[in-house]
Design a protein around this ligand. Structure first.
Ligand code: GLC
Length: 584
């Protein structure tokens, strides 16, 4: 029965209506003045994050690491890297976050370790060691070692010779990141142990790195790796036993037809996945002012278990990967957002931050954010984007978009008192810290920061986006995207104009009855009354967006009525009879 429990679950499945903010401790705030961000510094910024309205923080790797891939090369999973503080500082931080109602999720890098990890050092030194089989070896150079690189153009192969082991080892990523043999039950047990450890220290879950590779079969004989999906179920089960509300958010850039394998048909695998399909098509939509491929991506990724959720994002700490677009589409996005070779990376992506890609045009940035917050899922923001921070293309690879947070007009943007920050603070151009910083934007009611705060506040009040079923409405204009969500007899409608020119929008809400005659604008007093015939007609300015609630009744009142009603009506009856609920 889906009846009673569903009502209660609204409060328990916190990730369905969360606002996640990702950051790297190293570049966020330095408290001790050594030039490297730390947990003590991050803790001082929790009120800033709380004020912004984020409900969860995702921390990039902060465990002990030689940091040759920004911490994605872990040398001890049970330690905080000394530069960021101690385990004690970490626990103080999770505690302080909890006091403000903010959850913490952390990166879990389980596909590989650093080559400096004691397991690998032992494995290469001693063929008799139990750790030998924790990695993936070959006596001879395997065929196809020049294929399947995660960083094409920078990384030359996926197998390297180790002169100590006198054997070849497999590495999907850089050569200093040897792959763990994740099929080995001892390795699997260790991964669970790591999860259990951090859960005990107060985290609410994990962003699991490189999931398709974690679960793939590996070895010199493997030509076409096969995903071992049962591993996902095992991890989920373990986590749920340890802590019922902990989640896994999977980084899995896969095709839509395997999404359900990752979520699990019974909703028994990953709680969340990043929606790479929508992300790439969203950038195409912005570049081409054409919503059609995005609509297709939304439909393709629509099926998901009732308890599962998409992570919606614009930019992250990696390049904007455009590998899933057609060649022509990719060309269009490159031309619009990354025309120069220095802006591109790994033959498939753009390494810039959001604001400079959109030419620091506030209208386009708001449009992009408004889309991210209203597409089906939970929004994941990247630190600094709430200020419109920029990039530094003089830095190598993905480092260009990982510069320190810009807090104020003080030297080094107030990030550190040291003269030598871990990464140079952006100090020139329109995105330099003297123009773009939190202190100034806090004081300016029209700043990007205050806009973001307001839009987050409103997003939290439309749980329909996180929970509801959605329908894409026809508008006859390829530049206009209109989506309606229905949930618990409430409906909301979002309309976006992707074009650089104003558009007249004419649409039917698609709901029978009186309520659809009035669209209440959630962000201004500019409401819409249906014309004779029931259609709505209104102007959308260039790059304009509208958030509407359908119907004139006080929706909060309406909602509390529903709260006591049978949860069987989560999806409106009208739709169920037509073709049954889609998301379950
Ligand atoms: C993921 C991370 C990326 C990292 C790689 C190797 O793709 O997002 O930053 O380099 O895994 O761990």
């Amino acid at each position: 029965g889906r009846q009673g429990p569903t009502v209660l679950m609204i409060n328990d499945l916190w990730y369905k209506n969360a606002v996640i903010y990702c950051l790297s401790v190293a570049t966020y705030m330095d408290a001790n003045g050594d030039g490297v961000g730390d947990f003590a510094g991050l803790m001082r910024r929790l009120d800033y994050l709380s004020g912004l309205g984020v409900t969860a923080i995702w921390l990039m790797p902060f465990q002990a690491s030689p940091c040759r891939d920004d911490g994605y090369d872990v040398s001890n999973y049970y330690e905080v890297d000394a530069r960021y503080g101690t385990l004690g500082d970490f626990v103080e931080f999770t505690h302080a976050a909890k006091q403000r109602g903010i959850r913490v999720i952390i990166d879990l890098v389980a596909n590989h370790t650093s080559d400096q990890h004691p397991w690998f050092m032992e494995a290469r030194r001693n063929p008799k060691s139990m750790y030998r089989d924790w990695y993936v070896w070959s006596k001879k150079k395997p065929r196809g070692s020049n294929k399947g690189m995660a960083f094409p153009g920078v990384q030359k192969s996926t197998w390297s010779y180790d002169s100590v082991a006198r054997a070849w080892y497999f590495h999907r990523f850089y050569d200093f990141q040897p792959d763990l043999n994740t099929s080995n039950p001892h390795v699997q047990a260790e991964i669970l142990k790591i999860m259990g450890f951090w859960i005990q220290l107060g985290v609410s879950g994990f962003r699991m790195d490189a999931v398709p590779f974690v679960i793939a079969t590996k070895g010199p004989q493997v030509r076409n790796p096969v995903e071992q999906y049962d591993m996902l179920r095992m991890m989920r089960e373990f986590l749920q036993w340890r802590q019922g509300d902990a989640i896994i958010l999977a980084e899995a850039n896969v095709l839509p037809d395997t999404d359900m394998e990752y979520f699990g048909r019974e909703g028994d695998r990953m709680h969340m996945m990043f929606n790479f399909q929508v992300n790439q098509n969203l950038f195409y939509a912005l570049a081409a002012s054409d919503a059609r491929p995005l609509q297709k991506a939304l439909k393709a990724t629509k099926p998901r278990p009732k308890t599962a959720q998409w992570g919606m994002f614009l930019r992250n700490h990696d390049e904007l990967d455009l590998g899933r677009l057609t060649k022509q589409q990719r060309k269009t996005v490159f031309k619009a957002f990354g025309p120069e070779p220095a802006m591109q990376l790994y033959d498939r992506g753009i390494r810039r931050r959001l604001a400079p890609m959109l030419e620091n045009d506030r209208r386009r940035i708001e449009l992009a954010y408004s889309l991210m917050f209203t597409l089906p899922g939970t929004a994941v923001l990247r630190y600094g984007d709430e200020l419109g921070m920029g990039d530094n293309l003089a830095l190598p690879e993905r480092q260009c978009a990982r510069t320190p947070m810009q807090w104020s007009t003080e030297p080094n943007a107030g990030f550190t008192k040291s003269k030598k920050p871990i990464s140079p603070v952006i100090s020139v151009g329109p995105c330099g810290y003297e123009h773009v910083n939190a202190a100034q934007q806090r004081r300016d009611p029209n700043s990007m920061l205050n806009w973001t705060e307001r839009i987050i506040r409103m997003r939290k009040e439309v749980p329909e986006v996180g929970w509801g079923d959605f329908e894409i409405l026809t508008t006859r204009d390829v530049s206009v995207l209109a989506i309606r969500y229905d949930w618990r007899n409430n409906s909301v409608l979002f309309v976006h104009n992707l074009a650089s020119t104003p558009r007249e929008v004419s649409l039917s809400v698609g709901i029978a009855g009186e309520s659809s005659r009035l669209l209440v604008n959630l962000l201004s007093e500019d409401h819409s009354q249906a014309k004779a015939g029931g259609k709505h007609r209104f102007m959308l300015e260039a790059y304009g967006y509208r958030w509407f609630r359908v119907g004139g009744l006080d929706y909060l009142l309406k909602r509390s009525d529903i709260e006591t009603e049978s949860a069987d009506r989560v999806t409106p009856r009208r739709q169920r009879s037509r073709r049954g609920p889609v998301a379950r």
